[in-house]
Design a protein. Structure first.
Length: 674
């Protein structure tokens, strides 16, 4: 087996598929990987399957919490995309953090629920080979939604053993996973699947989750590279326990695990096929994705419609076509090695239906707006690494993105075409002080696109009033300086100071059907991640992040605090192999209070939760016991401040609306390796 550290430099320049790497032969050792002289920034890293398997997870999306400083929560049903927080951003469902799986983008443009929507429920954690992550915008290969950072998931081409597992837990939780690898000379075929049901701890509803996942991954070696074809299928349906108003709990109308609208929920599916072809000096990938979502929500209850209530349906039905091609080569200039990479990325979103409808008990009453959208993008990039000396490496990159949108709205005035282009530059300098120390300085630009419907908007579909369109592309600037220390297999520490600004936090509000433009913003902070292996059996880790977030400038009637910005994140863990066949892990997860209004007058409470897991293995059998929320915390997953109106109220009331973390729950899993 080849250690990942032998080729990490290539991976951190782009995806493994882009460089002829046979991922079946890479042994991913995660945080034990020596990245001195290989990573592009102090905040870049690798997460291996072993680390994923040792992390107790309540939901699939929480796998992203292995990215230091990332927080993953939920404000609705388990079938919906998670809420993500990183570097002072409330990323909602993914607005400024890009995610990909085997080269396929996860973030959705012009999505029915929100721009950048990133649903990770189609991933089977046991079949993830590794995750490569970056924070900041320091690679020319990353474009839309990548200002705060990015994560690339690489699914396994083969497993060490065929496996089947069954997991059972409280509240009718059940989950079965099976996977088999077939090998024939230079080819492998991995087939895997997942079935998951869950009712949840809620007092007024059963979530009735019915999730099905499937993956087929075929890969073969060629004389000069690899060919991989991946097919994925996902289908899910659920009932949701949405966020609830604090006053309804205080007045004993419902419990903290109750609901005011028991008919909300949704259905979602995703089907994809992708191919990745690599050669010694070129790479190519292409993908087709079909994605559908019908999501029913009610956040204001009887504010807009005292008779039927405020339930609404968000619809998204699309096909996505895209791919990437690139070429990399090296040369020697004045005695210095230059490594060049050039490439092109294309993507087309054929959105057949993106709509917002008023509903009652999931039956449509009227349509707020309904659109067909075609969104096409083309990007070209160049990136170069210049080995100035045996210790110093300079990286420079340039990327140009062009986006064209065509909106066909049910309200003719909101139809139209728009296009825009943006040039993004990046640079970085790293210096190896010794075999254990490396320093980094990085600066880069990126962007996020806005909802195409906001770019062609002229009339607010809800009120009928004149509305101002928003810019199609929004610039982001980032910079970072950091240090990395690596001492054998005993200690791995990275620390960074960073800065980020956005020209405007522009957002299309999917819940209302209109667009809003906010001011420019600025964030800066500090991060540290430390992993210490006391011996082969015992390790501890600590990840901490502090962030300062503010709007720039002044707006009449508004403060400069950014709603939902998260200032402190802490994660700590201990992993102990008690005996040769027994290991255990315990993790603390904490994030601090978040401001809920622009003046900072209202704040959420902080959240602290502890999860634990123990594994016992004998021969081919493994038993796993999990305790999630060990001390039964009743903290909140998320909080919002806005007006709503209950059925017994005559006027709207501004209130904190929250979604609680789930009470303590126990789960047991039995796995058999063939």
């Amino acid at each position: 087996m080849n250690k990942l550290s032998a080729c990490s430099l290539i991976i951190f320049s782009t995806s493994a598929f882009g460089h002829g790497i046979n991922i079946e032969e890479i042994e991913v050792v995660g945080h034990k990987t020596r990245l001195i002289g290989e990573a592009i920034a102090a905040s870049s890293g690798i997460i291996g399957q072993k680390e994923i398997s040792l992390r107790p997870l309540l939901r699939t999306g929480e796998v992203l919490e292995l990215v230091p400083g990332m927080v993953v929560t939920q404000h609705s049903g388990s079938g919906k995309a998670n809420q993500y927080f990183l570097r002072g951003f409330n990323l909602d469902h993914g607005t400024d953090f890009s995610t990909s799986v085997n080269g396929m983008p996860v973030n959705m443009r012009t999505h029915g629920h929100g721009q950048g929507y990133s649903d990770l429920n189609f991933i089977i954690p046991e079949l993830v080979h590794y995750i490569a992550y970056d924070k900041g915008a320091y690679s020319a290969l990353k474009g839309d939604f990548s200002t705060a950072g990015s994560a690339e998931f690489f699914m396994s081409a083969a497993l060490p053993n065929d496996m089947i597992s069954l997991e059972l837990g409280e509240n009718s939780f059940s989950r079965a996973v099976a996977a088999k690898t077939l090998k024939n000379h230079s080819s492998t075929l991995l087939i895997g699947g997942e079935l998951n049901t869950y009712d949840g701890p809620w007092t007024d509803i059963d979530e009735d989750i019915e999730k099905v996942n499937g993956l087929i991954n075929y890969s073969t070696k060629t004389d000069s590279g690899n060919i991989a074809i991946t097919a994925m299928a996902y289908d899910n349906s659920w009932n949701a326990a949405d966020q609830i108003p604090q006053r309804a709990v205080q007045n004993q109308l419902i419990s903290s695990l109750g609901s005011l609208d028991t008919s909300v929920g949704g259905e979602s599916n995703r089907y994809s096929i992708s191919t990745n072809i690599t050669h010694n000096d070129w790479y190519f990938n292409a993908y087709i994705i079909n994605s559908d979502l019908n999501l029913f929500s009610n956040f204001t209850y009887f504010l807009e419609d005292p008779v039927n209530g405020d339930q609404f349906e968000q619809v998204d039905d699309r096909n996505i076509y895209g791919g990437e091609a690139g070429y990399h080569f090296g040369q020697i200039v004045n005695g210095m090695d230059w490594l060049h990479q050039v490439g092109m990325q294309i993507r087309m979103d054929d959105i057949k239906d993106v709509g917002l409808h008023r509903t009652k008990d999931r039956v449509r009453l009227s349509t707020v707006r309904q659109d067909e959208v075609k969104e096409q993008s083309l990007a070209i990039y160049y990136q170069s690494e210049i080995l100035l000396t045996s210790r110093a490496t300079l990286r420079v990159g340039a990327r140009y993105d062009y986006l064209n949108v065509d909106v066909n709205s049910d309200l003719t005035a909101n139809s139209g075409q728009k296009d825009d282009g943006i040039l993004s530059l990046s640079t970085g300098l790293s210096y190896i002080f010794s075999t254990r120390w490396e320093g980094y300085f990085n600066a880069g630009q990126s962007f996020h696109s806005n909802d195409a419907r906001g770019a062609t908007l002229s009339i607010d579909p809800a009120s009928g009033e004149t509305a101002e369109p928003v810019d199609l592309l929004v610039r982001g600037n980032t910079a970072e300086m950091g240090l990395r220390y690596f001492y054998g297999k005993a200690l791995n520490v990275s620390a960074s100071l960073w800065w980020l600004e956005l020209d405007s936090e522009l957002l299309f509000v999917g819940d209302a059907g209109n667009s809003e433009a906010s001011r420019a913003s600025e964030r800066y902070g500090a991060e540290v991640a430390a992993y210490y292996w006391l011996n082969e059996a015992l390790s501890v880790d600590l990840e901490a992040a502090l962030t300062h977030s503010r709007f720039k400038g002044h707006e009449e009637g508004e403060g400069n605090r950014i709603d939902g910005a998260l200032g402190e994140v802490l994660s700590a863990g201990l992993t102990w192999q008690i005996a040769p066949n027994v290991d255990t892990s315990i993790r603390l997860r904490h994030f601090g209070p978040r401001v809920l209004d622009s003046y900072g007058e209202n704040e959420s409470s902080s959240l602290t939760v502890i999860n634990a897991q123990i594994n016992w293995q004998r021969s081919n059998w493994m038993l796993t016991l999990q305790a999630l929320n060990v001390f039964d915390s009743n903290d909140h997953d998320i909080d919002y401040l806005y007006e709503s109106q209950l059925a017994n109220e005559l006027q709207p009331v501004e209130d904190v609306h929250f979604h609680p973390i789930e009470p303590r729950t126990f789960r047991a899993k039995v796995r058999y390796n063939f």
